[in-house]
Design a protein around this ligand. Sequence first.
Ligand code: COI
Length: 362
Amino acid sequence: MEKLNISITERTTPVVLPQNLGFGQFFTDHVFEMDYTPAKGWHNASIKPLRDLELHPATMFIHYGQAVFEGLKAFKTVSGEVVIFRPERHMQRMNNSSRRICIPEVDIPFVLNALNELVAIDKDWIPTNSGEALYIRPFIFGSDPFLGVKPSTNYKLIIICSPVGAYYPEGFKPVKILVQDEYVRAVRKGLGECKTPANYAASLLAAEEAKQKGYTQVLWLDGIEQKYIEEVGTMNIFIRFKNEVVTPMLTGSILPGVTRDSVIRILKDWGENITERLVSIDEVISEYKKGNLLEIFGTGTAAIISTVGKLGYKDTEIVLNPVEPGELALKLFEELTSTHYGIIEDRHKWLWHVEKKQVEVI
Ligand code: COI
């Protein structure tokens, strides 16, 4: 197995975390890096002090977007253990994303061990207040300096970490969402199910226009008919009708969220009638008019659960839980965060325990 070289910055003063972490603005002092060449495969694995990257201006991913990324979280439990939520699942998804855009896959056990080491080294950066975590961002990019359009030959994998609080400035308070029918985020058989920068670039203009109209984010409809609900902002979406909880089925244009999967499992445990199926915006509006629509919420690693308080679509405004989160969203948020912080039993074995090393790093 590949050797992991570790060089660490000796801290002379303890880590002091800022009061208001927000999301993604502070970084720990170490990174994991690994290189890919066709001759050596993935090699040159190291953990080193955080530094700026030096890149040739022709580096391929800058021009043609051949890059994938992940987002996962580490927590400090109430008993002081360091845990990462479902890292294997995230690494599997990273390999699935990579396959779609011709990036070589990584050896999952090796990267998990590297992640284990990185988080152990930077564990003092894990915030402990409710709603806070260490957000881990692995990413891979095509690194050849070349301007022809083709897959890069060489790649770099980097993992950085950022202590974070709430993703949205509203925190866990309900957000106002505009249904987007002017632009689409992704199409089936395109890149929608792949965590790649293109999908996020495609979302920016719609989100900016929604903000100008007083909304926090947009709800995405399918790319072909603009009829079926797909995602909300950067999150998966759940709709609670009177007798059924629905989340859009994975058709290829929707990101298979790890929180989405966890929420489905929890709802099944609770005996809820949870279905993965196509759900149209017209169905949501007509059920709302009949008084059968109870809650809408988003799920994702960054915000965990985010309730939709109001939903604007053409000249209709759906008002759900404008001030406080809905009942089921709140219950799910508490279940997930209590699992993260080790307050309740980890029934599904979703937590990777960092200090108990899983496999030897050699
Ligand atoms: C998430 O919900 O975890 C996301 O994908 C947001 C992230 C891109 C900041």
